[in-house]
Ligand binder design. Structure first.
Ligand code: URA
Ligand code: ZN
Length: 381
């Protein structure tokens, strides 16, 4: 039995020691390099192609399990579903990606299984999302081997994936056997951005990381998820469980516009079984939105899906409650650390306060978003 009211973090990252060591051997991005800053050696992480100001400081909070637990304790987080941070294996040749995926999945299973347990329960404090070797020229068999390995790892509850697929994006039909295997295994596919959008969109002013992180990341997720919907993935795999990072980016805001554009495009309209808004109700979104109005809004958008189910003539009025069940607390740790040392991370406090202040959510719904939804989605008990 799960103790009541656990806080569960479903968006929290790690660079496992094996992955961090690989990044240290590299001379091109992504890499970890040592720099002399104010006379002191400091590790810096460079993962984006146009990384401003020599990358970001990186330390044990990115790889140490003790640091993860310390962070969880500091913020009252009972359980974390940990995922490798971007850019995963995207930049590796197929043979290396395949081997590293299997090794990292085994490492993550061990990271979770040998970790602590929630007091007075059999629930572990750490679960994980595994990795697939999603790179060009990988064989379908290698991808299915990794899905199978994850599904047989008791503490791995899903897999994290970027937007590139095998090089042609996630709407590539070559991925159909992979979606089928993920669906059949009941794993959750966590879609997370890395590439943003064309840097030319950001102009030439130095705005640090702000534009790529605040806009580029969510726009990338928005595009990838929309392409998946347009490809008919949810018609072919209706039980696929897809979790979108950063509350689905701009997709909830744009979903009626998307539906209208589809309606005006006979080629696409004839390909899909339902109105675009129906598919929104199939998604799960993290609650990494930093604002209560945004959380209330996305839950309302998710909840109206059945109004758009083809053949369902009884219009059901939107009830945020239904939508809130698909929204799950996350921190994005160890990204967005406080600039000055503080007891709690502002980014975490903001996301918790946002959940607490959503107009129209009952305490039960808030508890759901804080943890109960995750326990049920990932079948943790
Ligand atoms: N920056 C990243 O590169 N990844 C995240 O998940 C968050 C911030
Ligand atoms: Zn993240």
């Amino acid at each position: 039995m799960a103790p009541a009211k656990l806080l569960v973090d479903i968006h929290t990252h790690v660079y496992l020691p094996r992955y961090a060591s690989m990044l240290r051997t590299r001379t091109s991005v992504p890499k970890i390099m040592s720099s002399l800053i104010d006379g002191k050696e400091q590790d810096r992480l460079l993962i984006l192609d146009h990384e401003p100001s020599g990358g970001r400081p990186v330390g044990p909070q990115y790889w140490s399990r003790d640091e993860k637990i310390r962070f969880m304790d500091q913020h009252g987080i009972s359980v974390s579903v940990v995922s490798t941070a971007n850019p995963w294996l995207d930049f590796l040749p197929a043979s290396q990606a395949q081997q590293l995926a299997l090794e990292l999945n085994a490492d993550l299973e061990q990271y979770c299984s040998t970790g602590p347990t929630v007091t007075d329960s059999s629930i572990k404090r750490l679960y994980g999302f595994g990795l697939l070797p999603l790179v060009p020229e990988i064989t379908t068999e290698s991808l299915l081997d990794a899905v199978n390995q994850i599904s047989e790892s008791p503490h791995l509850k899903g897999l994290i994936l970027g937007t590139r697929g095998l090089g042609k994006g996630l709407d590539d039909e070559a991925l159909d056997p992979v979606w089928a295997a993920i669906e059949a295994a009941g794993l959750v596919a966590f879609l997370h951005p890395h590439y943003g959008v064309d840097v030319k969109a950001w102009g030439d002013k130095d705005n640090g990381h702000v534009l790529p992180l605040a806009l580029g990341f969510p726009f990338e997720t928005t595009t990838a998820a929309t392409r998946l919907i347009l490809s008919g993935v949810f018609d072919r795999f209706p039980n696929l469980r897809l979790l979108l990072a950063h509350s689905g980016g701009a997709l909830p805001q744009l979903s009626s516009r998307l539906a209208s554009c589809i309606d005006h495009d006979p080629v696409v309209a004839s390909r899909l079984k339902h109105d675009a808004r129906f598919y929104l109700g199939k998604l799960y979104l993290d609650a990494v939105a930093y604002g209560s109005e945004e959380l209330g809004f996305v839950s309302e958008v998710l909840s109206r899906a059945d109004r758009y189910e083809t053949g369902n003539s009884s219009a059901v009025s939107p009830d945020r409650k239904i939508g809130s069940k698909r929204v799950l607390f996350g921190t994005d740790h160890p990204f967005f650390p406080p600039l000055k040392s503080t007891e709690k991370w502002q980014s975490v406090v903001d996301n918790l306060e946002a959940i607490d202040s959503v107009q129209g959510w009952t305490e039960e719904e808030k508890d759901g978003v804080r943890g109960a939804n995750a326990l049920s989605l990932f079948n943790i008990s």
